[in-house]
Design a protein around this ligand. Structure first.
Ligand SMILES: Nc1ncnc2c1ncn2[C@@H]1O[C@H](COP(=O)(O)OP(=O)(O)OP(=O)(O)O)[C@@H](O)[C@H]1O
Ligand SMILES: [Mg+2]
Length: 327
């Protein structure tokens, strides 16, 4: 831990770098909470480091030698989520050809990380609450409760209170999960961190080889500083990787940055959600064709890499190439 937690010095805590006082406070809370068995709820926008914080909580806890298991409550349909959480017995449903322990049992003796917990369907919330109260699970299709011993860490990008007010989340479960709430501030609210993380990520990229970036031009720094980073640290890392591959030479320049960063306007959710090309492919077909051609050239013809450079999926790239007559 940092000697001068409020001095603005850079510190690293379990892979998380910061200069910012609020983040340093988060590290101290994580350290303290780790010593206890209390349920921790991590709240923060996407890419702020919730998963890293959850792993730190586990590693610093007396359960560190036990397993760490994570499950994303938003990624699975309700029935699948139930059997992933609590397990199922053979024959419980079509396709259940063997017993499945579920994460509560496989995390026993360790930590279970419930990611995007606000998205859990209400009927599962009731079952989860019972598991937490009785410290036993009944697998889907089973009868006998099985003892489990897990420490719960959960994460959410939205406030649970709002979900409770909207009738989408049980208040009693919220209180159980949120014994120690920890809020991770957004990157744009962390003075000094964009510059610090930019340097860290460039060091990492340099170590991987390829290009050697020795400086970031003042204009590029200003653009990085001004951009609101809706995807937080993850988006910053991706933007630097993009710049690293798109540019040449020892200086990272504004032209190397992803268009949305250079222009200062983040892509909207709709654009992210859509399979169609994101905003960074230019508006006019000829410039879009240039971008795609350029990416393919830099990727030496590898469509997978070209797609990554453009921040789109392979399928989208293929569709765009076809539409632009490039295939
Ligand atoms: N302070 C930090 N220093 C260095 N890397 C960081 C920091 N915070 C986050 N990262 C990196 O940013 C990425 C996103 O972090 P993480 O997965 O923990 O975010 P998250 O809050 O769980 O995001 P999501 O809500 O989208 O799941 C990871 O690659 C992580 O290593
Ligand atoms: Mg996460």
């Amino acid at each position: 831990m940092p000697r001068n937690p409020d001095s603005g010095d850079p510190v690293v805590f379990h892979g998380m770098w910061t200069r910012c006082t609020a983040m340093k406070r988060v590290f101290r809370l994580v350290e303290r909470a780790a010593r206890s068995e209390a349920a921790v709820l991590l709240r923060g926008e996407t890419g702020t480091g919730k998963e890293l914080a959850a792993i730190a909580l586990h590693r610093l806890s007396p359960r560190a030698s036990g397993p760490f298991r994570a499950i994303n409550c938003a990624a699975l349909p309700a029935t699948l989520l139930e059997s992933e959480l609590f397990g199922h017995v053979r024959g419980a449903f079509t396709g259940a050809v063997r017993d499945h322990p579920g994460v509560f049992r496989s995390a026993s003796g360790g930590t279970l990380f419930l990611d995007e917990v606000a998205e859990m369907p209400l009927d599962l919330q009731a079952k989860l609450l019972r598991v937490l109260e009785t410290r036993t699970v009944v697998p889907v299709g089973g009868r006998d409760p099985i003892r489990v011993d897990v420490r719960i860490v959960s994460a959410t990008h939205t406030g649970l209170r709002a979900a409770v007010a909207a009738g989408r989340f049980r208040a009693d479960l919220m209180y159980r999960l949120r014994v120690v709430p920890i809020f991770l501030p957004a990157l744009r609210e962390r003075p000094g961190d964009v510059a610090l993380l930019t340097d860290r990520f460039i060091e990492e990229l340099n170590a991987r080889g390829g290009r050697r970036v020795r400086r970031v031009s003042p204009h590029a720094r200003r653009l990085l500083d001004r951009y609101p980073w809706p995807g937080n640290v993850r988006e910053l890392r991706n933007a630097l990787e993009y710049a690293y591959v798109m540019g040449d030479g020892e200086t990272l320049r504004p032209d190397d940055l992803p268009p949305e960063v250079a222009v200062g306007t983040p892509e909207t959710e709709e654009i992210h959600a859509e399979p169609a090309p994101p905003g960074q492919l230019g508006a006019s077909p000829s410039s879009e064709a240039d971008l795609v051609r350029d990416a393919l050239r830099r990727a030496q013809g590898s469509r997978g890499l070209a797609a990554r450079l453009l921040g789109i999926s392979r399928v989208t790239l293929w569709r765009r190439m076809r539409a632009l007559g490039l295939s």
